[in-house]
Design a protein around this ligand. Sequence first.
Ligand code: SF4
Length: 491
Amino acid sequence: MTSRPEQDMETNVTAVSAADMTDARKGGNTRKVFVRTYGCQMNVYDSERMTDVLAPEGFEATDDLEDADLVILNTCHIREKAAEKVYSELGRIRKVKEERAKSGKDMMVGVAGCVAQAEGEEISRRAPIVDLVVGPQSYHQLPSLLEKARAGSKVVETEFDIDAKFNHLSERAEKQVLKRPPSAFLTVQEGCDKFCTFCVVPYTRGAEVSRSVEQIVSEAERMAAAGVREITLLGQNVNAYHGTSPDGAVWGLGRLLRRLAEIDGLDRLRYTTSHPRDMDDDLIEAHRDLKSLMPYLHLPVQSGSDKILKAMNRRHTRDEYFRLIDRIREVSPDIALSGDFIVGFPGESDQDFEDTMDLIRQVGYGSAFSFKYSSRPGTPGATMDEQVPEDVKSARLAALQALVAEQQKAFNASRLGMTCDVLLEKTGRNPGQLVGKSPWLQPVQLDAPEDLIGSIQAVEIVDIGSNSLFGRLIAGQDDLGRSGRIPAPAA
Ligand code: SF4
């Protein structure tokens, strides 16, 4: 794939909700943990799981860094100079830690995620305030690692045993799930074997590993019982999923989706991010067969030039991608397609770039993520000849983004006047306003009472913005979600 997960770094810096984890306390001695999440949805999911693991240890989440007894930076290694940015953030945290020390309060500092995996011991060497460095596959060990750190050791744990991680993460407490939005992430697969030449994921997250069907179904059932209406299955290469079922058979993602669609109360399913090579027939047909599988697909292609696709080691051609899109649109004509594009990969000529623009024109995207190529140490792309000058990359990126913005606007405009099901997720900026999500993953703003949060309502789309839709609640309609109704254009 590539993914929005891999590419979408600093745009998403969040603290885990302070509402989480207030239930489990050890001996009444509550401590505060501040988790800052960088990057993709998989890191958001991991941050939630870290707070889940820490809750029984008496940790309660806080949004206030200065109030934290434990700070964890859950890092992402996709963007350029990712490690440097982490070191500079650690410099800011050091000052907060020094301030707290003046009033006799301690603060422990941990670095998690892909930068932790890539840098390892170097982090504690360069930033002595760091007590704990923990790679993405070791979060289940956080309590014991913290114990060691508290005893004075500098702890670095970057083993790649992903099975252990998922086998040992405790079951999510219903109370914790309840405090989160009606739409949730669920990691089903991690790591990648594709080795695209621009990507660090195979090095920072390791080889592809899938969770068992049983683990996933049981987590999804608990989420649904706690009121989650929509689950997005996550994986660096999610459609390479090959998990073992209870009878020992190996299931692909299509079969897993079919099983999850049977869970009562789970009205919407999505998955991200996919690689074109792994879109098999069963998965494509699931888009035809499952009403709860939303009509949205993030399917990165990265380039429209066969020469560049080969240099990127993408293992598919431009024509194969076109054929795949045709097959997907055959079963789901109204699907919103999304993609990732990298411009300025080494050796990309004007013609190669034009081939990418042509591919975008032919496919027609509802949205897309695009980036200038920047080299990652340790990847083959970093040492390739013919690096493209920055000003050329910038000009290409601007042209590509203008084209995608035009397509996104047209796709949004095509929803005008439709009535569709919207999952209402949270309050909006203005009083009386709620924000929800359309089947095609667009945010929808509308006036509605707060007690409708968590329900799926029929909404008429009355206006469009560049990124959002504006809707009107259809009066007198009940929550439609449990009927699994698919959106239909109004007359
Ligand atoms: S190496 Fe894997 S994770 Fe990275 S871009 Fe390629 S398919 Fe995606």
